[in-house]
Ligand binder design. Structure first.
Ligand code: C2E
Ligand code: CA
Ligand code: CA
Length: 419
């Protein structure tokens, strides 16, 4: 047993005390908050010192990463303060890690074990047991391979113009007039057909390729905007003012210093009205790096663009923080709309979001409306806009133009309007 004293989550190890010994099972890794520790191999002829570790470093991570006994011993050289990271905490993080990074981690671990084993053999010690990589790291190989293939395909797809934008209508609920569109990306893969974004956006984000896809999305929206505007002019009774188009952007986009300039260039080059262009960012993404996101969104807003918070209600945004962001629209996640009719809790959440948006004086778009009853209930609750298969699925540009020219509020009447 080591001389570890716990004060809440901080552990104090007095000078000279062992943290753990080689051969023991690994229970936790330790972040060193203060003090100094020594990593060593115990030998009858004298200890072999492998390393010294100090504040800001970690010890004991290997045994819990590859679930093998401790390969070396660690003791405190000075009174030390440590914070434990449990095996469970690390396992969860490994499962969430990019598969390529995970595979590299497995390789690095194995190399280190080999080096320690070599050192031990040179000292005449018995060979260590055969390496058994933990399933999480081992299964990383197949995932790493498919991610690499997908990444290469996305890169080729961008060069080969295999990506396209589809557009889903967003309607003013009270009148059922067409108000705008959300641009949603599709990948026309030569073998796999039309690939939905959830199958490639995460890989594009992990690899940095998302920057190319976002540039494509924005350029494409800039290109089609005049055509959509023109089509809207043909149908003043079905359309509410100049339609807007909203584009999804990722955290990587917002973090890039060049993003606001890209937006400014797009507006300048295409001559589109910035007020007709909206940027959609998810709530969870905003919470990951709030300050950076706020700075980028403020620049977009200053350029005249709208800013929508997507999937609202699914993240953990602090409400006070929301009031500091330049938000012009909240989008209620489909999960709440889908259960609106059957579930009182969903209704209450939607009601709360609507009240909050009312306080902040920003309109709400309800996503994923599939039934007229849902649309009617949301209208009665005071939700300004709706989007969902009831009004139209995401469609390519030519269908979108036809739809815009022929949009008829009577086709999708409100219960009240119809009677
Ligand atoms: P999102 O931004 O929440 O987009 C709404 C998703 O809900 C779309 O899925 C849309 O087709 C789907 N949807 C809309 N109405 C209904 C409905 O009534 N019922 C059902 N079942 N689904 C409905 P999609 O196009 O597959 O996009 C999935 C996600 O991929 C998007 O979620 C967005 O996060 C991401 N995405 C799409 N296009 C882009 C893009 O150009 N850039 C980035 N960064 N992400 C994108
Ligand atoms: Ca969206
Ligand atoms: Ca959404």
């Amino acid at each position: 047993m080591n001389a570890l004293h716990t004060t809440l989550d901080r552990k104090l190890l007095p000078a000279g005390a062992m943290l753990f010994s080689a051969g023991e099972p690994g229970e936790a890794a330790y972040l060193i908050v203060g003090g100094r520790l020594e990593v060593f191999l115990e030998r009858p002829e004298g200890d072999i010192i492998l390393a010294h570790r100090g504040p800001g470093e970690i010890v004991g991570e290997m045994a819990i990463l590859d679930r093998r006994p401790r390969s070396a011993s660690v003791r405190a050289l000075e009174d030390s303060a440590l914070v434990a990271v449990t095996e469970q905490q690390l396992a969860h993080r490994i499962a969430e890690t990019d598969p390529i990074l995970c595979m590299c981690l497995g390789v690095v671990l194995e190399r280190y074990r080999e080096t320690v084993a070599l050192l031990e053999r040179m000292q005449g010690a018995a060979p260590p047991p055969a390496a058994t990589r933990p399933p999480a790291i081992d299964s990383g190989f197949a995932a790493a391979l498919s991610t690499l293939v997908l990444e290469r395909e996305i890169r080729a797809g961008v060069a080969d113009r295999q990506f396209e934008m589809h557009f889903q209508p967003i309607v003013r609920l009270a009148s059922r007039r067409l108000a705008g569109f959300e641009a949603l990306m599709r990948w026309r893969h030569p073998q796999r057909g039309l690939v939905p974004p959830l199958e490639f956006i995460p890989v594009a984000e992990a690899s940095g390729l998302i920057a190319d896809l976002t540039r494509f999305a924005l350029t494409e929206v800039g290109r089609v905007m005049p055509e959509v505007m023109l089509a809207a002019l043909h149908n003043p009774s079905g359309i509410e003012g100049p339609p807007f188009i909203s584009v999804n952007v990722s955290g990587h986009d917002l973090a890039a210093a060049s993003f606001p300039q890209m937006i400014a260039d797009l507006v300048a080059q295409t001559g589109i009205a910035p007020s007709c262009l909206k940027i959609e960012v998810t709530e969870s993404l905003l919470m990951r790096d709030p300050e950076r996101a706020a700075a980028a969104l403020t620049e977009c807003r200053a350029a005249g663009l709208g800013v929508a918070i997507d999937d609202f209600g699914t993240g953990y945004s602090s409400l006070s923080y929301l009031s500091t962001l330049p938000v012009t629209t909240l989008k209620i996640d489909r999960a709440f709309v889908r259960t609106l009719l059957a579930d009182r809790t969903s209704r209450r959440i939607v009601q709360t979001v609507l009240r909050l948006a009312d306080e902040l004086e920003i309109p709400v778009v309800a996503e994923g409306i599939e039934h007229v009853e849902e649309a009617d209930m949301l209208t009665d609750m005071g939700c300004a806009f709706g989007q969902g298969y009831l009004f139209g699925k995401p469609a390519p540009l030519d269908t979108t133009i036809t739809l815009t020219k022929s949009w008829d509020t009577v086709v999708l009447p409100r219960r009240a309007l119809a009677s």
